[in-house]
Structure formats: structure tokens, C-alpha cells
Design a protein around this ligand. Structure first.
Ligand SMILES: Cc1ncc(COP(=O)(O)O)c(C=O)c1O
Length: 396
């Protein structure tokens, strides 16, 4: 007897889950690069529009290749429903906007990806949705920020770029007690190492641009949650406003999912080794990696994550000048704001992803002038270590 897809282990789900095989019996998933679909008769068109007959209508609403990607992501996440979007930011924006109306209030962790902070701090208030930012590690701050009109709480964990870990189960409990939801941006942990829905979150969002593609090719995003959450808050907003994922990108992301487990495992193994190397190296003030015992929330990371991810942050002595000289001296590791790629990439958050924030806010968030964020790739770890060593010698 065939086992239901839900019962399969993640690596198997990622290769087979959600496949919609056409009449040709193709082994690799087909790319349905089509805007629309034909109906046999006018009656069939009418029935499909009324929802009386299943089938696709228009690729802004749904598309077979996009549907395969959504189903595969939902299986991996253990979510009832998923909706794909054109980018991670489209997913974050829709996940929040879909739940909110004028007069509502949102609480978010201060340590958010720069564009997420724009949505919470600038976009939502323009439409009369107030927002409060808190130190995500302080449960008392989450609690104190709750107002009668609080509708949603929002966080990333591990955070970008300082890799702080927040207690998802405890923050979900605070949200629910207030009648609010919790949305978790799970990009850094990946669905393999952290399962926010099981920890009590109501919605998980991803930039599929990152580890899901994993090879730097295309943008994409996904929103996951219970069927009721998606139907109530997300489904119509996406259909009617159109931040749809292209079928081409959905196909690339589907193929990316097939190798997600092996890529993320190998990259995380290297990341742990690199963090240990950097912690012993001269010229480095601190290393942040959730898998290390000296990480401030290491115990919490062990409780809520099953792996510690592909990102390492570290602070060079000597501030911006050292950080720039060090990064400019790297030859294998590329300078880029992106992450989750097969290629190792290094970012100086203070002058790129987080440059919009004032120096004071950056300091509050622990984003010093010497802080670098390294996204560890699939290269041989010995070559990455040699690259880091050579660059450290330049700033010594
Ligand atoms: C944590 C996090 N959330 C959201 C995003 C936005 O994703 P995208 O670039 O696919 O819009 C990014 C990266 O860009 C990110 O690092």
C-alpha cells in the first residue's frame, strides 16, 4: 500500500511530494509556462469559476507548477496550506497586510531584516496600523507591548544578521492569550531545522530566494499556515492583488527543494566548523553561531532547533576599516547581501542591508561597524578556511 506523502520523511517529500504528473509521464516536474487554461465548453468555464469543478483558471490565481511547489513546501513544513509569492518580501507583506485593517496594532522584534522593518515601521502605519518594536529576547517586552487592538506579532529567529534566538513557543503563547497571531520569518533556520507551526506560530513565511533555491537563480516566497488562516487572510489578497510566483521560478524552486536536505546539512556542518575556527582566530572580537555554547541563547536554540544553520556572524576588531579590508582580501567568498547560496557570501550589514537604520538603532541591535555576516556555501570547507585565514592575515 502506498504511504501517504505526509508520512514520508523530509528528504523523500522534497524529491517526490506534490508532483502533478502530466499524461506524458515525465520524471522531472513539468514547467507549465502558461498564463491561462482552456475550458472544453462554456458550461465547464462557468462551473470552474463557480468552484463547482476543480481545475486551474488563470496563473495569477494558481498554476500547476506553482501548485506543485506549494504542496511540496506545505508537506515539508507540516502545514495545511501554502501560497507562493514572487519574493520573500511579497510573502512577509501579504502575511501581515492580509490580517490587518486600520486601527489594528502589530508588535514585532526590533531585529528584523531591513525591508521587514520598513513594512512594520513605515508601510503599515501609513494605513493606520500602529506598530511597536521590542527586544525579541525579552518576553516581558512582548507582553508589555500588547494592546487591546493587537492583532499580530512578528519575528525572525535566528535574526538577521546577529543570529539571536527568540522563544517561539513563549511568544506564541503571549500572542494567543491576547487573541493575536504569531507570524515567523523562518528563513535563517530553514524548514529543516525549525518548525514554527509546531511551536505554536500561526503563519510561517520564507524568502525561497535563499536556501530553497540555494543556487542564486531566482526570487520567490511562500506563506504557510492552517487552511483557515490562509483562506481568511491570504488567499483573496494574493489572487486579487497579484504578487504571484512565476511558473518558471516555481519550477526552479521545486528543483531546488530536491537537494535542500543535502545542501543545508553540508553547509551547516561547514558553518559550525568555520565558527569554531573564527572563535580561536586573532583579530576577532566575537563570533555568533547558535550551535556554539558561547552563543547567548544556545540552550534555547538547542530546544527549538534541530540544526543551527548556514550563517555565522563575527565582529572584527578595528571596526569598518578592518571589516572592509578583510572582506576585500577574500578570493573564494564573494561580497554580496544575499545568503543561503551554494557560493559562500559575506555581507557588511552596517553599510548594506541595515544601512537605512540610524547608527544608534544599529548599536542597539548589536550591528557594530566591524560585524560581518557569512553565509557558508558548498565549497570544500578547507578552501573556505584557507580563504578566511589569508584575509585575517591581511588585517592582522
Ligand atoms: C530574513 C529575511 N526575510 C525576508 C527576506 C526577503 O526576501 P526576498 O529578497 O526574497 O524578497 C530576506 C532577504 O532578502 C531575509 O533575509
Amino acid at each position: 500500500m502506498n504511504r501517504p506523502e505526509k508520512m514520508l520523511r523530509p528528504a523523500t517529500q522534497l524529491v517526490h511530494g506534490g508532483s502533478l504528473r502530466s499524461a506524458f509521464g515525465e520524471t522531472s516536474e513539468a514547467m507549465f509556462l502558461t498564463q491561462g487554461f482552456l475550458y472544453e465548453t462554456m458550461e465547464a468555464a462557468e462551473a470552474r469559476f463557480k468552484g463547482e469543478e476543480p481545475g486551474f483558471i488563470y496563473s495569477r490565481f494558481s498554476n500547476p507548477t506553482v501548485a506543485m511547489f506549494e504542496k511540496r513546501m506545505a508537506l515539508l513544513e507540516g502545514a495545511e496550506a501554502a501560497r507562493a509569492t514572487a519574493s520573500g518580501m511579497a510573502a512577509v507583506t501579504a502575511a501581515l497586510l492580509g490580517q490587518l485593517k486600520t486601527g489594528d496594532h502589530v508588535v514585532a522584534a526590533r531585529a528584523l531584516f531591513g525591508s521587514c522593518r520598513y513594512v512594520v515601521e513605515e508601510l503599515l502605519p501609513r494605513f493606520g496600523v500602529a506598530s511597536t518594536l521590542v527586544d525579541g529576547a525579552r518576553l516581558d517586552e512582548w507582553q508589555a507591548a500588547i494592546r487591546p487592538n493587537t492583532k499580530s506579532l512578528f519575528l525572525e529567529s535566528p535574526t538577521n544578521p546577529t543570529l539571536d534566538i527568540y522563544d517561539i513557543a513563549a511568544i506564541a503563547a503571549i500572542a494567543h492569550e491576547a487573541g493575536a497571531t504569531l507570524v515567523v520569518d523562518n528563513v535563517f533556520a530553514t524548514p529543516l531545522y525549525q518548525r514554527p507551526l509546531e511551536l505554536g506560530a500561526d503563519c510561517v513565511v520564507y524568502s525561497a530566494t535563499k536556501h530553497v533555491d540555494g543556487q542564486g537563480r531566482c526570487l520567490g516566497g511562500v506563506i504557510l499556515g492552517a487552511e483557515a488562516f490562509i483562506q481568511t487572510h491570504i488567499h483573496n489578497l494574493l489572487r486579487q492583488t497579484g504578487p504571484s510566483l512565476s511558473p518558471f521560478n516555481a519550477w526552479v524552486l521545486l528543483k531546488g527543494l530536491e537537494t535542500l536536505t543535502v545542501r543545508v546539512a553540508a553547509q551547516s556542518r561547514s558553518a559550525a566548523q568555520i565558527a569554531d575556527f573564527l572563535a580561536k582566530a586573532d583579530g576577532i572580537a566575537r563570533v555568533l553561531y547558535p550551535g556554539r555554547e558561547d552563543h547567548p541563547q544556545h540552550q534555547l536554540a538547542r530546544r527549538q532547533m534541530s540544526g543551527f544553520g548556514t550563517l555565522v556572524a563575527f565582529e572584527l576588531l578595528g571596526g569598518k576599516a578592518s571589516a572592509f579590508r578583510f572582506a576585500n582580501a577574500l578570493s573564494i567568498i564573494g561580497i554580496s547581501n544575499n545568503l543561503g547560496d551554494a557560493k559562500s557570501l559575506i555581507t557588511h550589514p552596517a553599510t548594506t542591508t541595515h544601512q537605512r537604520l540610524s547608527p544608534q538603532i544599529r548599536a542597539e541591535m548589536g550591528i557594530g561597524e566591524g560585524l560581518l555576516r557569512l553565509s557558508v556555501g558548498l565549497e570544500d570547507v578547507e578552501d573556505i578556511l584557507a580563504d578566511l585565514s589569508a584575509a585575517l592575515a591581511v588585517v592582522a
